[in-house]
Design a protein around this ligand. Sequence first.
Ligand code: PGA
Length: 256
Amino acid sequence: MSTKLVVGNLKMNLISPAERESYLQSFQKEFASKKIDNTEVVICPAAVHLEQFAKELKMKAVSVGAQNAFWEEKGSFTGEISPLMAKNAGVSHVIVGHSERRKYFAESDEIVNVKIKAVLKSGLKPVLCIGETLEQRNDGSMAEVLTMQIKKGLDGVSALDVQKAVVAYEPVWAIGSDKTPTSDELLQVKILIRKTLADIYGLENAEKVKILYGGSVKADLVKDVCLEPELDGVLVGRESLNPNEFLKIVEIIDKK
Ligand code: PGA
């Protein structure tokens, strides 16, 4: 059985060192009371916290991810951090193309693509976020939108590299809304993602790419949004701010 993956996206939260420390302490305490055997947990704090998270979260099943990274390694790019900087801070994964980045920072599929390649070049694993808006869902273009986001996002990525990538299906309308797709709908999307990957890389390589669901994930929804459609895990936003709830999600997926 392949390992499951649960990613926590803390977004722009934990606004002081004190908040960070209390989060880390509570995370460690909750984690110590759990037995996680087959699930990798990646927790993604804001860039200023990456190093401290990596220093303090030393558990085998837990690693640290960045929420974003630039496509160049170093230089005059005010305000950015590079994948290599993130790597040197102890990071293993980088979220790329989150819908909030696409919306507030105008990240196009082309930008997502150069970032994915830069992340892979640094030896890190990209978590490529894709997802349709409500409008696209209603006007029938959803399958085309998702297919293009995958194709353009992974353009030029080799079959060897793609195996390190994770695809997170995050419908824009489900993020922060307490709405989620049904398990049947998620099964259909999973098949679509796998087929799109298989068309480019062949089935054997495509099957090595983990497919997650993200958007309003809560412990009592895990059965519907992950276990029933047999996804490889979830990407959790708000609920990851509460280590108790977050690790409950991890435990349910792990014990399946
Ligand atoms: P949410 O966020 O779980 O708070 O809906 C998910 C995400 O944006 O990754």
